[in-house]
Write a protein that binds this ligand. Structure first.
Ligand code: HEC
Length: 379
């Protein structure tokens, strides 16, 4: 026994009232390093043991505030500098929207830090042993008895006085508790290969089964989350219709929405008479017209409509667009040329939307006016 180091003396009590009384007496006797073990939290024990307020609150406060500050900083940086997006016309730093996140991060940081502090500082992780482990005392106080422990490193502690005090308080089973030699050694059981292998096995099993559940199990028939839906794609076969095709031809005479056919096919005179330009010569429309003219018309007609083709003889040069004839044509008549083409000039209906055609005509008028300005333009 001489090579063993004493950890303390334990005594057992039968009722919560006795243990409260005993704890109070021990504390009044001047003991600082003693502990009480009960099967469940006994109310009023803190007071009876005259415990000082726990310091854990400071850790919680510091880490909680750290969480608050990091959440605010990160959100401020993200939504004001890094990726500002206007959402519903609200300011970039819309504080009310950030309150839930600030709250969550604060609570998360505080709680995780508190647990880590407790485990690392108070329980001295990775040390996972304690002299009380596997003792008769522990078995009793974790089922239906109440125990008190006087630690040998208390200043007031002597073997005699401790035994005497426990006996005086009416404790039963007064026992000496010794450090286990293995427990004082610095080699912690937590680093044993057996334990590490167990951790690895658990990690593999947990991640493997999570992967299986989330990626395979959840997508087995009938739970395929509508990833495969029966549908008919264009050009597909379909036995439902007598012609065996999935696509249906539109009913004769129907017009697809927004696709009114050109009314003046092969009838330039009526086009010139009835079609009216729907656009006004605003800066925006003229810009659009210039853009489209330069792309689609200028290769043949030249940038200024003078018929100076850039195609270098690969295509017959067109006549000038500044001729008396073209200048007196109505917008509708010009529209007809762009839409249907004229002799060897091809149609530009499939390259240009209707709006673009009208805008190009507005720009063409500007070009014509630039060579044939009116007297009034000078005023
Ligand atoms: C591939 C070359 C080419 C392109 C591109 C082209 N045209 Fe023409 N354009 C011609 C030719 C060639 C004629 C003469 C056709 C004929 O003999 O009647 C012509 C005729 C015209 C006429 C009638 C001129 C007249 O005196 O009868 C107009 C108006 C006209 N083009 C406008 C345009 C506009 C607007 C564009 C752009 C959307 C355009 N063209 C694009 C080659 C082209």
């Amino acid at each position: 026994m001489s090579d063993k180091i004493l950890y303390g003396y334990t005594g057992i009590f039968d009722t919560p009232d006795e243990i409260i009384l005993a704890a109070n007496k021990v504390a009044e006797d001047g003991y600082k390093k003693f502990d009480v073990n009960t099967p469940y939290p006994v109310h009023g024990m803190d007071n009876a043991m005259k415990l000082p307020v726990s310091k854990l609150g400071y850790a919680a406060l510091i880490f909680g505030l750290t969480g608050t500050i990091s959440a605010v900083t990160l959100m401020y940086f993200l939504s004001v500098f890094d990726y500002p997006i206007v959402i519903g016309g609200k300011p970039f730093f819309a504080f009310p929207a950030f309150v839930p996140i600030i709250f969550e991060v604060t609570v998360l940081a505080a709680s995780i830090a508190t647990v880590v502090t407790m485990i690392a500082l108070f329980f001295k992780f990775p040390n996972i042993s304690h002299p009380l482990h596997d003792t008769e005392y522990m078995k009793k106080v974790s089922s239906n008895k109440y125990g008190i422990l006087l630690q040998a490193d208390d200043l007031k502690f002597t073997e005699e006085s401790a035994k005497e005090l426990l006996a005086k308080l009416g404790a039963k089973d007064i026992t000496a508790i010794y450090y286990d030699q293995a427990e004082i050694s610095t080699e912690h059981k937590i680093f044993e290969p057996k334990f590490i292998s167990l951790l690895i096995i658990i990690a593999v099993v947990v991640s493997g089964s999570t992967y299986f559940a989330l990626n395979k199990l959840m997508f087995m028939v009938p739970f395929n989350w509508m990833m495969e839906q029966s549908k008919i794609i264009p050009q597909d076969n379909n036995s439902f219709f007598s012609d065996g095709k999935a696509m249906r031809t539109p009913i004769e005479g129907t017009v697809a929405r927004g696709n009114m056919p050109y009314q003046f096919k092969g009838d330039p005179e009526s086009a010139g008479k009835y079609l009216k330009n729907t656009l006004l010569p605003t800066e925006k429309n003229l810009d659009l017209g210039k853009k489209k003219y330069d792309i689609y018309c200028s290769p043949c007609h030249g940038y200024y409509g003078e018929g100076d083709s850039r195609l270098r003889g690969q295509f017959p040069n067109p006549p000038s667009l500044h001729s008396e004839k073209v200048r007196t044509w109505t917008d509708g008549r010009l529209y007809h040329v762009i839409t249907e083409g004229q002799n060897i000039m091809p149609s530009y209906a499939s390259q240009m939307t209707r709006k673009e055609r009208w805008a190009t005509i507005l720009y063409l008028r500007v070009l014509q006016r630039s060579l044939n300005a009116k007297e009034s333009d000078l005023e």
